[in-house]
Design a binder for this molecule. Structure first.
Ligand code: B12
Length: 219
């Protein structure tokens, strides 16, 4: 089976919430292609489709949940391959990463974290539903360079601003690079809340993080 065919099967398997078929299709190509390509070309289109279907009221929460679970089964195969590529990389910086308060979406955050690790970042994953105090306390504790926040809903993205406001309140805003991301987040939003940047892709997020760290350390 060619990779295009395998990617189509992966996407459909995510939509169907069919972890077995997804894992099978991933195994068919995993030794031949870039692991990140499997996520981007094979698995993510399915998740996007399921989100659109949910938004249109064509499916309900159980189907979305099954799609997410199938996706995560696929990730179990792909993630070690991505991590294996970055074993001998020099340390780039320290990142504290979480999904904001009342938001439990973690898939995108986890992909960005995996890729950051392969580029030498030491990443502290705070999980989901993370409060401003937790973000900031952890960043202080581990002497982080970057605070990174993910948010997948229009109703939760405002908590990204709360973290930045809390940093300002504590007189710590200038100490950290603040990155924001996730579905509804764009450049305009990042600028509006006073974040240092955003990206809608994992590779873009890593490039941005590297560039901003270089600038900061060069100061
Ligand atoms: C999977 C999913 C779920 C899963 C999450 C499982 C998990 N453990 O993560 C489950 C089923 C649990 C779920 C629950 C809900 N969901 Co949901 N979900 C989705 C879905 C289909 C996909 C999200 C996803 O993982 N995308 C794939 C990843 C790779 O993309 P990403 O997160 O955007 O990340 C990329 C970039 O944004 C970027 N990035 C991400 N984070 C960061 C951070 C930084 C710093 C940077 C630089 C970059 C960056 O890099 C990533 C890689 O490319 C979306 C639809 C969609 N189009 O997004 C709906 C969606 C986000 N969900 C939605 C809703 C409404 C819900 C529920 C409220 C449903 C309900 N009635 O209960 C609950 C929310 C519960 C809560 N309190 O959080 C809505 C949100 C609408 C809104 N208000 O904005 C969406 C948009 C669906 C829709 N069309 O209506 N969901």
């Amino acid at each position: 089976m060619g990779k295009e065919e395998a990617y189509k099967r992966m996407s459909q398997a995510v939509i169907d919430g069919d972890a077995d078929t997804l894992v099978e299709a991933v195994k068919e190509v995993i030794d031949q292609v870039e692991p990140l390509e499997i996520i981007q070309e094979g698995m993510m289109p399915g998740l996007k489709k399921i989100g659109d279907m949910f938004g249109a009221g064509e499916i309900f929460l159980p189907e979305m949940l099954m799609a997410a679970e199938a996706f995560q089964e696929g990730m179990k195969l792909v993630e070690p391959r991505i991590l294996a590529k970055g074993q001998k990389v020099e340390k780039t910086g320290v990142v504290v990463f979480g999904t904001v308060l009342t938001d439990i979406h973690e898939i995108g955050k986890n992909i960005v974290i995996t890729l950051m690790k392969t580029h030498g970042f030491e990443v502290y994953d705070l999980g989901a539903n993370v409060s401003p105090t937790t973000f900031v306390d952890k960043a202080e504790e581990v002497n982080a360079d970057i605070i990174a926040m993910s948010s997948l809903m229009t109703t939760t993205m405002t908590y990204q601003k709360d973290v930045i406001d809390y940093l300002k309140e504590k007189g710590l805003r200038e100490k950290y690079i603040v990155l924001v991301g996730g579905g509804p987040v764009n450049e305009e939003w990042a600028e509006q809340i006073g974040a240092d940047g955003t990206s809608d892709s994992a590779t873009g997020a890593v490039e941005l993080a590297k560039r901003l760290i270089q600038n900061k350390k060069g100061r």
